[in-house]
Ligand binder design. Structure first.
Ligand code: 13P
Ligand code: SF4
Length: 328
């Protein structure tokens, strides 16, 4: 195992097997490994995962599994969250380079300074943060439970919310709170084009617009439904409409189309039509080859400092406890 090269952030070893999917299934059983995948990963990763979900569901699965190994096909902060919840388990990610521009927009030391400069606030952090930022946090939230968790606090409670300014502004607008916001954003959700969405609405006049709250306010204003990836998926299944323009990372269309093969899902276009900016380049680093190597060599492993695990587990557990009470 020692001669395996992960200097590039993934196991850099050519995969020479015919039935990659079968081999992955075999390794999962052999090693009692649970493969979790976020809705933003490639369809073939979602199809081979034991569970596909949004950030909250992935954390809940990690917490309750009795598997010996968790492979998190998502981005690094999701692997860290799983490791914090299950410090005694081996948590692997197919590619350590799968970061997150939103998590990167919030440096832990600068966030700590921001908190210090604004004393007397309860600190709420979106799960899309590093473990080091969670260390400075009172309650973690995801897009599924942010509204309810904020509303569970007394109306006059002073709150710092980070790092996503769009989600923060949205929660402020629907709860009437005045949370102090960190100025961060996700490079995928910031790039949707209002003009192009309105053009699509002209082309498909009965289509409904679904938007993730990480999108800018102008996009949320034209949305028929705003919610987490899981909430958008549920809405698209239950609603009678047969055409949806989807303003979030386009990987979610895989599950939408699987659940509703008769409906039409159109990815909302980014401003720059020459890029695939509605795809998260980090999520797309997960591949079947890397997943196979990860299971085979049990690398690369997510590591979090023990002292950070101890402190950052508190706000994650708080989120999971409140969510359980709320039935989320
Ligand atoms: P959810 O999984 O909570 O919908 O968040 C989306 C996201 O940006 C994950 O990186
Ligand atoms: Fe981070 Fe945005 Fe990618 Fe989600 S879509 S992982 S918020 S960069």
């Amino acid at each position: 195992m020692n001669n395996i090269n992960i200097s590039k952030g993934f196991v850099d070893k050519a995969v020479c097997v015919d039935n990659l999917k079968e081999e992955i299934e075999k390794l999962k059983k052999e090693k009692n490994a649970l493969v979790l995948a976020h809705y933003y990963t490639e369809g073939e990763i979602q199809d081979i995962a034991d569970f596909v979900g949004d950030s909250l569901a992935l954390a809940q699965w990690a917490k309750k599994t009795d598997a010996s190994i968790i492979v998190m096909c998502g981005v690094h902060f999701m692997g860290e969250t799983a490791k914090i919840l299950c410090p005694d388990k081996k948590v692997l990610v197919p590619d350590l380079n799968a970061g997150c521009s939103l998590a990167d927009s919030c440096d832990a030391d600068e966030f700590a300074k921001f908190i210090e400069e604004n004393p007397g606030h309860t600190v709420i952090s979106y799960v899309n943060t590093t473990a080091a930022v969670k260390y400075h946090t009172d309650i973690v939230v995801t897009s599924t439970n942010a509204r309810q968790i904020v509303e569970s606090l007394p109306a006059d409670e002073k709150i710092i919310f980070g790092p996503d300014r769009n989600l923060g502004n949205y929660i402020n607008s629907i709860t009437g709170r005045n949370m102090l916001l960190w100025d961060g954003a996700c490079h995928v959700h910031e790039k949707f084009s209002l003009e192009k969405i309105l053009d699509l609405k002209k082309e498909y006049p009965t289509a409904k617009v679904l938007a993730h709250p990480e999108c800018k306010k102008v996009i949320l204003t034209v949305a028929d439904h705003v919610g987490s990836t899981a909430a958008l998926l549920n809405y698209s299944v239950k609603d009678d409409c047969d055409t949806f323009i989807v303003a979030t990372e386009s990987g979610i269309l895989h599950e939408m189309q699987k659940k509703c093969p008769q409906k039409n899902f159109i990815p909302a276009p980014p401003m720059d039509s020459t890029c695939a900016c509605n795809e998260c380049s980090f999520m797309r680093l997960n591949s079947l080859e890397k997943l196979y190597n990860t299971l085979k060599y049990e690398l690369p492993e997510v590591e979090v400092d023990e002292a950070i695990i101890e402190r950052s587990k508190l706000p994650i557990d708080r989120m999971l406890d409140i969510s359980a009470k709320l039935g989320l």
